[in-house]
Design a protein around this ligand. Structure first.
Ligand code: PEP
Length: 255
């Protein structure tokens, strides 16, 4: 991370976990543990927990995000939630393009771009996930995949809007597997993504962009990953479900 130049953001991705009472207990435990954070702290929670999370984090330094949103403002899209609905509730962040959405729910680079556009139009900050599959890393096309996902997702996004984009580099082979990318691998790809953004916009805009790493980041490896120049925080799945673990990552990012 390079706090002189850009924000460090630690975001939890709860995925499809926690009933409302469980969410309440986790947030209550987390609040005192992260109260002195010197980084941005976000929890992205299931839709059913948004209201609980918003109420319980009021007045604290924890911000609330959703895990997806639809591209239309309203309409016949049974089961979907619009960016406008999230914004109206007071939600500030939304994860878009998570690999689980791409893998299990038919999300494509084009639909990711549509969702990014809708989220920005509604005034939300986007955590945009990109990352390669294991086969793609083995084929030596990690950079091509990340460049393509980044370029398509950011189509039509202005330089000014880029201040409401966070990119999360999440190698798919490292998500929920316990296999973390080495800090060198994370730094290399994050730096590469920054160079792609510099070509799309300019160097100044790219330097200011927060690029997280995600994939089995935990209390033990966070220090080493976050020490790298281009790793500006983390998107945390499993470890965000345990308050002491998530707080330890927040503490590592607060150094
Ligand atoms: C994620 O879901 O974005 C993630 C990085 O999960 P985990 O930390 O469990 O690998």
């Amino acid at each position: 991370m390079n706090k002189a130049v850009r924000k460090t953001v630690i975001a939890g991705n709860w995925k499809m976990n926690k009933t409302r009472p469980e969410a309440k207990a986790l947030i209550e435990e987390l609040k005192p543990l992260t109260a002195k954070a010197d980084c941005d702290v976000v929890i992205c929670v299931p839709y059913t927990n948004l209201e609980t999370a918003l109420a319980l984090t009021e007045g604290s330094n924890i911000k609330v995000g959703a895990e997806n949103c639809h591209w239309a403002e309203s309409g016949a899209f049974t089961g979907e939630i619009s960016a406008l609905m999230l914004k109206e509730m007071g939600v500030q962040y939304v994860i878009i393009g998570h690999s689980e959405r791409r893998q299990y729910f038919g999300e494509t680079d084009v639909t990711v771009n549509k969702r990014v556009r809708a989220a920005l139009d509604a005034g939300l900050t986007v955590i945009l996930c990109v990352g390669e599959l294991l086969e793609q890393r083995e084929q030596g096309i990690t950079e091509e995949i990340c460049a393509m996902q980044t370029k398509i997702a950011l189509a039509g996004v202005t330089e000014e809007e880029l201040s409401r984009i966070i990119i999360a580099y999440e190698p798919v082979w490292a998500i929920g597997t316990g296999k973390t990318a080495t800090s060198e691998q994370a730094d290399e790809v994050n730096g590469y993504i920054r160079s792609v953004v510099a070509k799309l916009y300019n160097n100044n805009a790219a330097q200011k962009l927060t690029i997280q790493y995600g994939g089995s980041m935990n209390a033990k490896n966070a220090d080493e990953l976050l020490a790298k120049e281009h790793v500006d925080g983390g998107l945390i799945g499993g470890a965000s479900l345990k308050a002491p673990d998530f707080a330890a990552i927040v503490a590592a990012a607060s150094k």
